[in-house]
Design a binder for this molecule. Structure first.
Ligand code: PLP
Length: 471
């Protein structure tokens, strides 16, 4: 493709995306295909000769689009949302155009330094403690996912607990390392423990209270008992916004326990952290002064397309101890001078994408006030939906809704709730999912898509009531 052809085709593709966004509301939210449909419509082998671009775009419409679940649809209320704002998509295009691989400062100084700057901006906007800013001993880094961010934190905590021995000698000869999180913690924590060698059995699942928040008394008792036995409590993962119900753990009280026993505190605010851009929601970050690391995902609720997970750590040195290996071919004068960050030392892979551009484009295009207005409106709509549920005699809100998720149930039991969910989801107008709370199937409705307006929230509620009435 010549630059001239690229210019032309690029405009076609931008038009395609803009048209898609304009018509997405009219498409069924969930993909309507049976398993295997897409494969059956694709050739078994790659083409030997290049095809016309029109043919590719035609198949995008005819073969790929039917297999897409529309996360940017205003009726998308499932799981947690995934961003995709226009400035973010344009930045992604520039990232691809530059084709930078930013493993070392020298491999593109702007990639590293912009990442430091935008994460300092974000730390300021989210009222994170000063120890996470890059002008001190800590700093932020962009990972591909909260799962990776948490794995990085676990490995860094492991190496701090073992003085670097885990990396050199492995875990076989050391003490038993243990991790703690609530019964409501995301599965990425157990997965991270498996990958880091602590194993699923290294996770102590701490009970929760009526609001699904970790019980600090039970946490302290567990850590004290394990310490007395000679095991090494290594990391506590506190949740600010659990996946099931957006429960908020008491981070300050958990932090005091971590400080008492010298345990790494990691805070998982993958979804809810975004809300702290609002001054009135910054209580979400109470207690973060104790945290050694903290993760939130701009790619969930902060208008950013996959992938972009922001991780901050208290000590840069913990990252280097855990992740730095320098073969000759990666040695550079700038790295040796100690005056730059090489982000390869803050993650598992060597190579890395230039993701900071997305945050830079978003924060500059919307401005902090623009982002706040969207998040504030989502919170208002969440409150509105919860009020609609509460006002209905046959439905109950069954968990606190501090951010943008409402957990609710029809009084008729699991089968009725499942029927309601499937009926609404089959309508194509909206899509939401479920969890289990108190052993009961619970409907969960998230409000975090950029295009969701009050009329969409009222419509999904009408569909829910109609499904309940028609059974
Ligand atoms: N932590 C929480 C609280 C989550 O809700 C999720 C995903 O929804 C994750 C971690 C994992 O996020 P990711 O897909 O970025 O790994």
């Amino acid at each position: 493709m010549t630059p001239e052809e690229f210019r032309r085709r690029g405009k076609d593709v931008i038009d395609w995306i803009a048209d898609y966004w304009e018509r997405v509301e009219g498409l069924p939210v969930r993909a309507q295909v049976e398993p295997g449909w897409i494969r059956a419509h694709l050739p078994e082998r790659a083409p030997e000769s290049g095809e016309p671009f029109e043919a590719i775009l035609r198949d995008l419409d005819e073969v790929i689009l039917p297999g897409i679940t529309h996360w940017q649809h205003p009726g998308f209320h499932a799981y947690f949302n995934s961003g995709g704002s226009a400035p973010s998509v344009l930045a992604e295009l520039v990232t691809a155009g530059l084709g930078v691989q930013g493993m070392l400062w020298i491999t593109s100084p702007a990639a590293t330094e912009l990442e430091m700057v935008v994460l300092d901006w974000l730390a300021h906007l989210l009222a994170l403690p000063a120890h996470f800013r890059s002008d001190g001993s800590g700093g932020g880094v962009i990972q591909d996912s909260a799962s990776s961010s948490t794995l990085v934190a676990i490995i860094a905590a492991r190496e701090r607990a073992l003085g670097g021995d885990g990396n050199t000698r492995g875990l076989a000869h050391g003490p038993r390392l243990l991790a703690y999180s609530s019964t409501q913690a995301h599965s990425s924590i157990e997965k991270g423990l498996r990958a880091a060698g602590l194993g699923s059995e290294g996770l102590r699942s701490i009970p929760v209270d009526d609001a699904y928040a970790l019980d600090p008394t039970a946490l302290r008792a567990a850590i004290a008992a394990d310490t007395a036995r000679g095991d090494v409590p290594t990391i506590v993962v506190a949740n600010v916004g659990t996946t099931s119900s957006t429960a908020i753990d008491p981070v300050g009280r958990i932090g005091e326990i971590c400080a008492e026993f010298g345990v790494w505190l990691h805070v998982d605010a993958a979804l809810a952290g975004t809300a702290a851009i609002l001054p009135e929601m910054q209580w979400l970050h109470d207690g973060l002064e104790y945290a050694d690391s903290y993760v939130m995902n701009p790619h969930k609720w902060m208008l950013t397309n996959m992938d972009c997970s922001a991780l901050w750590v208290r000590e840069k040195a913990d990252m280097q101890r855990a992740f730095s290996i320098t073969p000759e071919y990666l040695r550079t004068a700038s790295s040796e001078s100690g005056s730059v960050i090489d982000y390869r030392d803050w993650q598992l892979p060597l190579g890395r994408r230039f993701r900071a551009l997305k945050l830079w484009f978003i924060l500059r295009s919307f401005g902090a006030e623009g982002v706040r207005a969207i998040i504030r409106e989502h919170l208002r709509l969440t409150g509105l939906f919860a009020d609609l549920v509460e006002a209905h005699p046959e439905f109950d809100v069954v968990a606190p809704h501090p951010v943008n998720l409402v957990c609710f149930r029809h009084v008729g039991g699991d089968a009725v709730n499942r029927h309601i969910m499937e009926t609404v989801n089959e309508s194509g107008e909206a899509f939401f999912t479920h969890t289990v709370l108190e052993g009961k199937l619970t409907l969960r409705l998230a409000i975090g898509a950029e295009r969701t307006e009050e009329r969409h929230v009222r419509r999904v509620w009408d569909l829910i009531v109609a499904a309940a009435d028609a059974r």
